[in-house]
Structures are given as C-alpha cells and as structure tokens.
Write a protein that binds this ligand. Structure first.
Ligand code: PMV
Length: 351
C-alpha cells in the first residue's frame, strides 16, 4: 500500500503552523469570513498542527478528490469541511482540477486538550496547498506568499489568518492602523522588550468538546443587543494594544487582556440564546491568579478563548515564579497544563 502511494506521488509538501491566542478577540463575522471588528493575537510555538499534503493522479471525476487523515485515521467530518473549503476556493488551487490530494495531519497538543485546533490546522492546510500553487506557477515564495496564505487561511477559519505571522499579528480593518485589512492579518512589529518572548501557560480546566461551537457564537452576535458597542470597543482596544506593545506598559496590557477575556464571555452570557463556557475551575484559577499578582507583585494575567481553559500570560523573566505558582497553587483547578510561549510562525518541513 505504502509503495503504491509512493510510486504515484506527483509531489509532496509539509508545513507546521502554530496556534495563536487572541488578546483582543474576534467575535462576530459577516460573509465571507469578514470580521465585525479587528483583533490582535500572540502566535504560539509548542501548540501546532503539521499537515503533509501529497498529490497523485485523480481516480474519480469529483471536483476535488481529497482524503484527510488525522493522526493516522481517516477524518470524515473535518475532511468534508476541508474538501468544501478547497472546492469553494478552487480558483486559488487550480491544480486540484487535475490531481487528487491526500492530507495527513497531526497536532502537537493532545487530542482532548480542549485547545481549538482550527487556527493551526487551516493555517497549515492553506500553506501546503498554496505552496503547490506557487510551485506549479514557478513562483518564488516571498512575503506575498505569506500574505496570500493568511487570506486563504482566513477563509477556512477566521483566526487562522493570524497564525501565519510570528509573535504578534492583527487582523481586521481599523481606521487607526495602517495597512490593516479584513482579508488578511499583518504582523505587529514594534514590540517593547517587556512583551518580547511572552509566555502562555494553558491550563486545561476541561477537555470535553465544548457544547456551543465558535460558528454558533459568531452567529449570535448578529442580533446581539450589545453588538455595536462591542465592535467599537474591540476596534479601540486593538489600536490601544498596538500602542501598549510599543510602549511596554504592562499594567495596561494586564487590564486590557483580562477585560477582553471577560467581555468575550459576557457576550456569550448575554446573547439571545445565552450560554456559559467557563467552569468552576476557571473562576477559581482567575481568583487565585489575581491574589497572587497582588501579593507577589508579578505582572501576570489571564485570557480566555471561547472555552473554559485559562491562558496565563507572563513575561519570560517571571517564568520561574509564575510556573512555581501554577505547579503548586493551581493544581486543583486544572487537569493538565501546557507551557507555551511566543513563536516564530509557520515552518516548511521535509516531506
Ligand atoms: O476563528 P474562529 O471562527 O474559530 O473564531 C475564533 C474566536 C476566538 O478564538 C474566541 C477569538 C479569536 O480572535 O481568536
């Protein structure tokens, strides 16, 4: 079986793409994957998806002939989502009219970690298929390759567009930020040393799949009573965060980060079909963390994704103190912890 596949291989590529954690949150979207507000995130390092994509001759007359493996097993559900994504965007991947594609993917984080993998997965998928397109067109991979990849990743999963860039990336048109775009993310490059090499300890409070998907959550912002105020606030905060990252103002970073996390969850709790994703462990860890910050004067703060897991953010120079605290004082609030940090963006690997 292995040999048959090998001998039919036309070409293969492999990409690794990290996940990211939003500090200013994207919550609410318009067709097609256009954000209702701008957002700004930290690109991670240890939490990533790898996708190996292989082209072979087509054996059917399907528009897109695709097989998707996740950690060695055929993944029908996600595979269908990826096939639809490729079909919808086939003008960017014209070679799929002639060739079949097999994707084999793996995540660095445990399957049940409760970490959203769609950002890293669609980042890696977009990079792999765009890499084929560039190779067929004899185009060199330069900066515009990553800009195009960011645009294509967005069409798979909005937040994925930010994972294409290292360190800090922002996405979404913002009057106060030059070159900002709804189609793709841009790197935020002017970063004070205080925010270089940020750490993110991800406390896995719950590893069950969440009850309400992000797609539904975005949809509930459509007729949300506070939508407009929220979108304006997020745009203001994105611009403010760019300034904070430049100036090194840690106090303001802490306030903004934590308020964003709580505002995101407040949107869920106040939508017409209200729901609650935080768990007792989340609240307990937040309270202990605030107490620790007050008593030990360590600049550490939290943020949340659309789930119960707490992301604990801190500058590298406080790693020992914060990690001791997490390992000794917070253990009854989480099931496991993943120590991650700011990363350099995607990498092409040997296929
Ligand atoms: O990219 P999506 O559709 O999975 O939405 C992500 C939404 C949040 O993670 C909650 C916020 C963000 O900006 O990443």
């Amino acid at each position: 079986m292995e040999n048959t596949t090998q001998s039919n291989t036309i070409t293969k590529v492999k990409w690794r793409c990290p996940s990211n954690i939003a500090i200013v949150k994207y919550w609410g979207k318009k067709p097609i994957q256009i954000p209702c507000n701008s957002s700004l995130s930290l690109t991670l390092s240890n939490s990533y998806t790898e996708v190996e994509a292989e082209l072979t001759e087509k054996t059917t007359d399907q528009k897109v002939e695709m097989t998707y493996y996740f950690e060695g097993e055929i993944s029908d559900l996600f595979g269908r989502k990826v096939a639809k994504y490729l079909e919808d965007n086939i003008e960017s991947f014209p070679f799929l009219n002639d060739y079949a594609v097999t994707m084999r993917s793996m995540n660095s984080f445990p399957h049940s970690a409760g970490i959203a993998s769609s950002a890293s997965a669609f980042g890696a998928i977009a990079l792999a298929v765009l890499d084929f397109s560039y190779a067929f067109a004899n185009k060199e991979r330069n900066d515009s390759f990553f800009q195009e990849a960011s645009n294509l990743a967005r069409l798979g999963s909005g937040s994925a567009c930010r994972s294409i860039f290292p360190s800090y990336a922002m996405w979404g048109e913002n009057d106060q930020i030059e070159n900002s775009s709804n189609e793709k993310a841009i790197e935020v490059t002017d970063i004070h040393p205080n925010f270089q090499n940020m750490k993110d300890a991800i406390l896995i409070v719950e590893d069950e799949p969440k009850k309400v998907s992000s797609t539904i959550g975005h949809g509930l912002m459509n007729n949300h009573p506070y939508a407009e105020a929220r979108f304006n606030q997020a745009n203001e905060r994105t611009a403010k965060l760019v300034e904070i990252l430049k100036s090194g103002d840690i106090e303001s970073f802490i306030q903004l980060s934590e308020s964003e996390a709580l505002t995101l969850h407040a949107m869920m709790m106040t939508s017409s079909e209200y729901y609650l994703l935080v768990k007792p462990g989340t609240i307990q860890a937040i309270e202990k963390l605030m107490q620790f910050r007050l008593e030990c004067l360590v600049p550490v703060c939290f943020t949340l994704d659309a789930g119960p897991n707490l992301h604990v953010l801190y500058p590298a120079k406080y790693a020992e103190k914060v990690e001791d605290f997490i390992n000794n004082e917070l253990t009854d609030t989480y099931k496991k912890v993943i120590f991650d940090h700011e990363g350099n963006g995607p990498t092409k690997l040997e296929a």
